[in-house]
Ligand binder design. Structure first.
Ligand SMILES: [Fe+2]
Length: 277
């Protein structure tokens, strides 16, 4: 097509994909172009608004490095991360629900002995975390890897806070023959997403608060099972009903209970893994 009009432009662009040799890529790009054009038509996008959108995405990319992932944050606050999660993880009865990975995961946290603490600094309310990794039929899974990370009591992850040692409040634990794991930590805090970047400015412009309810992140993996990425949220947190990234599920809200010996808090939770397809 030599001269595309407002009406024919969308089909003209899609026709260009006819020679794509990857059918899945062709299908994704066809839908993306259709929806992107429909969006511009629906809002009658002005040139100034289009240019502002380009500036916003450029600045979002420029915020990103090994420690800061502004695009994951953008996906999270737009609800896209939770939608992709929901599409990809329809759980059977007995399997734990998943939620967002978030932008603060760091691979390669040290594997620690059972019962070790992940708190490398000081302060905070001590918590003993205990749980098991189970099949949907409640059979123990030995040798599962439980990867955990969370904020310090000041609401910051180690990667955001130069006063914390590297890998503070991060660790990996193996389940024993009964599928059990335990470790020590401190109670996490509710925290605002970083507000010094494009996502923070967007939330402010939209009149949205940036807070997430307090939580501990988990990735639980075992051979023969789907990897589980989830959080446990602290019951009673004021942001449970307005999580900035829409990550809360009722089945993931847990009580931090006073320990029987009067020493800090305890958190008990069993994870269920879905067998790999
Ligand atoms: Fe988090």
């Amino acid at each position: 097509m030599r001269e595309a009009s407002e009406e024919t432009l969308t089909e003209a662009v899609i026709e260009k994909l006819a020679s794509c040799s990857d059918p899945r890529l062709q299908s994704i790009m066809t839908a993306l172009i259709r929806h992107l054009h429909a969006f511009a038509r629906e809002v009658e996008l002005s040139e100034a608004e289009w240019a502002e959108g380009i500036r916003f995405l450029t600045a979002t990319g420029q915020m990103c490095d090994e420690r800061r992932q502004e695009f994951i944050l953008l996906s999270d606050v737009l609800g896209l991360s939770m939608l992709v999660d929901a599409i990809n993880h329809r759980k059977p009865e007995g399997a734990t629900e998943s939620t967002v990975l978030g932008p603060f995961y760091v691979a390669g946290a040290p594997e620690l002995e059972p019962g070790a603490t992940i708190m490398r600094g000081g302060g905070g309310e001590p918590v003993a975390v205990r749980g098991r990794v189970l099949t949907p039929g409640s059979q123990p899974i030995a040798g599962a890897l439980v990867d955990v990370w969370q904020t310090a009591p000041n609401g910051f992850y180690d990667t955001q806070d130069p006063t914390q040692p590297a890998f503070n409040l991060r660790g990996r634990f193996r389940t024993d023959g009964a599928g059990a794991f335990h470790f020590r930590t401190v109670k996490p805090a509710s925290y605002p997403l970083p507000t010094d970047g494009t996502v923070g400015r967007m939330l402010a412009a939209l009149g949205r608060h940036p807070f997430r309810p307090a939580h501990i992140h988990f990735i639980v993996q075992a051979p023969g099972y789907e990897s589980l990425t989830t959080h446990l949220f602290a019951a009673g947190d004021p942001y449970l009903d307005s999580d900035a990234v829409f990550g809360v599920k009722n089945s993931l809200i847990v009580e931090f209970r006073p320990a029987a010996d009067g020493n800090g808090l305890t958190l008990d939770y069993d994870f269920g893994l879905k067998p790999a397809a």
